[in-house]
Design a protein around this ligand. Structure first.
Ligand code: SD4
Length: 328
């Protein structure tokens, strides 16, 4: 008999060795030995230390989700996390006390969708996908996006939590606007996923800078700035001072640098150099980039130390501190 592999669950041994939804041990009939499943090459990576969100995306990928679905599943964890003050519900409001959210998604076909300045809806990355799939447009703002959400069954929710309202009242005493470096004020989630077919997609979602001007929109929902995917090359996402990322169209630039042969790490560094070289006051703000290429190599770079990315690979979710322009 030729070498044949049987799933153990149905083998004469009758032993089930289920190693997860898509990974099953097999038996080699000739040698009667167990053949371990090949590790799936799925990868999820995201900005900052969002381990739960990244693991959710990784597990979704392991069980066969597309890269886009997995990214939306992953970032949804942070959108619902009321302790995260710059994403989704629990996000800090603008200067008028309104929480307004921005998000975008981009898939392996190069399709994309975005929503900006949306109130009362928690899962704005999923809403960006609705814009992509159900409308002729790429971006919807404010009330139009909110109305679309209700038409597609999204719940109306008060996004301003007690804690965020309390912090806002404290902020009003001085009303001083100071974008703070690192996690205190920057924890937008940008996520890049590679699925079992090797396809790449991503999502980026934020409440933007705390106490921003009414109507202010940052880089996160801007295709090419907060997120860009070209499934032939790779993908990139950004977090930090949106105005600076938009000026350099940061994520698009990283993908183009990878197209020219740079590794994800080199591409993040070269793209950051543009920001550094064009700004006299890089002490005042943080920017961080993450990237992945088609071969599954990844990288990240930031201006100030303190940024890290989460990476789910071979079933393991790891926090990887990022190299920085400044060493301390
Ligand atoms: C913005 N880039 O609105 C976002 C903020 C951010 O982590 O990334 N915070 O400019």
């Amino acid at each position: 008999m030729n070498r044949r592999r049987f799933i153990l669950q149905s083998s004469k041994a009758g032993v089930a060795l289920s190693l997860g939804a898509t990974l099953m041990a097999c038996i080699d009939q000739n040698t009667d030995t167990v053949v371990q499943p090949k590790k799936s090459k799925v990868i999820a990576l995201c900005t900052w230390g969002f381990s739960e969100a990244n693991a959710a995306a990784g597990k979704a990928l392991e069980s066969g989700s597309t890269a886009l679905e997995a990214a939306i599943t992953g970032v949804a964890v942070e959108e619902a996390n009321i302790k995260n003050s710059t994403v989704g519900k629990g996000g800090a409001p603008d200067r008028e006390g309104n929480v307004t959210l921005d998000a975008c998604v981009m898939d392996a076909n190069g399709d994309c969708g975005a929503v900006v300045c949306v109130q009362n809806i928690t899962h704005v990355a999923a809403l960006a996908k609705v814009v992509m799939k159900e409308t002729e447009h790429v971006m919807l703002a404010g009330e139009g996006a909110e109305e679309l959400a209700y038409r597609h069954g999204f719940q109306k929710e008060n996004l301003l939590t007690e804690k965020a309202a309390e912090d806002y009242r404290a902020w009003l005493k001085t009303s001083k606007y100071e974008p703070i470096i690192n996690i205190e004020n920057h924890d937008t989630i940008g996520m890049l996923c590679m699925d079992q077919h090797g396809d790449i997609a991503g999502a980026c979602t934020t409440s933007g800078l705390s106490y921003k001007m009414k109507g202010r929109v940052g880089d996160s929902p801007i295709i090419g700035a907060g997120l860009f995917i070209d499934n032939e090359v790779g993908g990139a996402a950004a977090t930090g001072m949106g105005e600076e990322i938009m000026k350099q169209v940061g994520s698009f630039l990283i993908v183009e640098l990878m197209r020219q042969g740079k590794s994800p790490q080199e591409a993040c560094e070269v793209a950051m150099q543009r920001i550094v070289s064009k700004n006299k006051d890089i002490n005042k703000f943080q920017v961080a980039y993450i990237a992945i290429n088609k071969a599954g190599a990844t990288g990240s770079y930031c201006i100030h130390p303190g940024f890290s990315r989460m990476e789910y690979r071979n079933g393991k979710n790891t926090r990887i501190p990022s190299a920085a322009h400044f060493t301390n």
